[in-house]
Design a protein around this ligand. Sequence first.
Ligand SMILES: [Zn+2]
Length: 327
Amino acid sequence: MIRVGKLNVSLDCREQDSDINFVSHAHSDHISGAGRGKKVLASKETIELMEIRGKHGMEHIPNLESATLINAGHVLGSKQLYAEPEELGASVLYSGDFQMQAPSVAAPIETRQTDILIIDSTYPDPSTRFPERNRVIAEISEFILSRLNDGIILFGAHSIGKAQELIRIANDTGTIPVVDKNIHLVNQVYLRHGVALDYVSFYKDEEEQAQSVLQNFMGITTMSKLHKTAALLSSLYKKKVYTAVATGFASTFNMRTHAQFVLSDHADFAQATEYIRLCSPSRIYTRGSQESAKKFAENLSKAGFPAAPLPSSFIGNSGTNKAMQHL
Ligand SMILES: [Zn+2]
């Protein structure tokens, strides 16, 4: 939580007793505490994506005096929060999830110099190194074109962000993917905000869908439905179904698919240190699961950065300046 003016602002809904929730973006682990009657500081795009996730009746706060939302390069509408809380006497930047090389379907990241940086800890280990993004995109394109000769391709992807990036990659190869209902609904928000996507929905375009599946085709479905949908398509069309994923976790885990591509909408450790240098904070607080925040702080400290896990007392409810005790 950080204090902005007279308000306690929770960071991605972690704290229940705040005046306002700042929601950096609409991925489910960042929106769980938001809902009917709650004040939500977020971009318009994030609010629309949250509504698809069943979060209705929120009071949208697009701006707050003495706080600024800046692009995070993660997914559509993703923002960082920059503030200069009076009681702290120092500027604070909260990164949320961020990516230094923005996907083609998200606005590029902006950085800002800050005294205190609260940073996401998704990839806390220096051994996690993502390959060059354009090379991965070229590999995915090649996979799409070659496998479509033999059968059906089915990607499992996060419905916000990764699915749209895969559609763009497919479109650049001349392929129009077929997507499930969740992805279709998210696509509608992307389209409304000017992101061009050429796709067919299994959910809506029945005629187009019937045409699309006459030949081999590329499908994209929500990650959790990948294997079930692959089995269904295989029995329905009597064709080989090639499964694939595109995620940063493919760098460390066996995803049990025919192909796995390391395409992330997060920063790896090296990108995170590049981001930190650009923000030049005098203090860094890592935020995430207890384990990854601790690990990230340790690894950043080893690399010479002044880092520690974010204390739960950071700008506590009392309004006293507890954060300064940690500086
Ligand atoms: Zn995210």
